[in-house]
Design a protein around this ligand. Structure first.
Ligand code: SF4
Length: 290
């Protein structure tokens, strides 16, 4: 079963995987590293143009480290969760100081970079350096839950059992294992999607435990998407956007207009952004960090 599943997914990926620039053989480890951080909470279609602009402006970690953190936040555009831009800038500095200006190859060194967790470290180790570590994101977890465990949904957060399952289902061959990491993730992104899996087009439909069981609905409360309107995240995003688009410091009165109905919310979001180092108080108001 494992062999058949591997073959079906790998063949499908060769035929149907998206042609993304960071998957090209010549892409640098730095390019792959950027793509992984940018893609974590943002759809690929939005990531690609920003990724291209970043690499054009900062083709190496040293180039980014030599620029200001505010420029990293500005160039982050609207990818969301802009703390990731600051962490990238910090990690570029670490690469210059400790790793000769390169993305480190060693998994432990990757994990020690600012903002890098288990997923990113494994993904960069696998995709940039061919280390066949299991790369487990929500797409992978969903495909394995359905195809292997016969369950409609993965657990709400990564469990030890899921990590173990992902490791067990890695192909033994090193090259296949690295391709599998990308392929199974892609299958989850394009075919075995969270809300409406396209089993009719799926290369593993004849092997999938959940499909073969008749796609049983999982019991338990329905999963709700995160509400967005009026969240602190939305207000923080508006403040950063305002500062990003302004060449001059933005006065407090203008910042308050991003959410005029709730002064306390704006206050809280400003305080959070200052604490995170995403904005700075300057003469005349606020600005991105210099
Ligand atoms: S058959 Fe359906 S549920 Fe199973 S892996 Fe394919 S898309 Fe997902």
């Amino acid at each position: 079963m494992a062999r058949a599943l591997h073959r079906a997914v790998l063949d499908w990926y060769q035929r149907a995987g998206r042609d993304l620039p960071w998957r090209h053989p010549g892409c640098s480890a730095w390019g792959i590293y950027l793509s992984e951080v940018m893609s974590q909470q943002t759809p690929v279609a939005r990531v690609q143009p920003v990724w291209e602009r970043w690499l054009e402006r900062w083709p190496t970690p040293a180039d980014l480290a030599a620029d200001s953190p505010g420029e990293a936040v500005r160039m982050w555009d609207r990818l969301g969760y802009p703390r990731r831009a600051l962490r990238l800038w910090e990690s570029a500095g670490v690469m210059v100081e400790r790793h000769g200006g390169d993305v480190p190859r060693d998994h432990e060194d990757l994990l020690a970079l600012p903002g890098v967790g288990a997923y990113t470290a494994a993904a960069v180790a696998s995709f940039a350096f061919g280390e066949p570590l299991p790369v487990v994101d929500t797409n992978v977890r969903r495909v394995l839950a359905r195809a292997v465990s016969g369950e409609q949904h993965a657990a709400p957060a990564l469990t030890v059992a899921e990590s173990r399952l992902a490791a067990e289902w890695m192909p033994e061959d090193r090259d296949e294992a690295n391709a599998w990491n990308a392929a199974v993730m892609e299958l989850g992104a394009l075919v075995c999607t969270a809300r409406s899996p396209r089993c009719g087009e799926c290369p593993v439909a004849s092997l999938c435990a959940w499909q073969l069981a008749g796609r049983p609905e999982q019991e338990g409360p329905p999963r709700r998407g995160q509400a967005w309107h009026g969240t602190d995240r939305q207000v923080r995003g508006r403040i950063v956007q305002l500062l990003r688009e302004s060449p001059d410091p933005v006065p407090r009165t203008a910042v308050e207009l991003v959410w005029p109905d709730d002064e306390a919310k704006v206050e809280r979001c400003l305080a959070g952004l200052l604490e995170d180092g995403l904005i700075e108080p300057v003469e005349g108001g606020y600005a991105l960090p210099a």
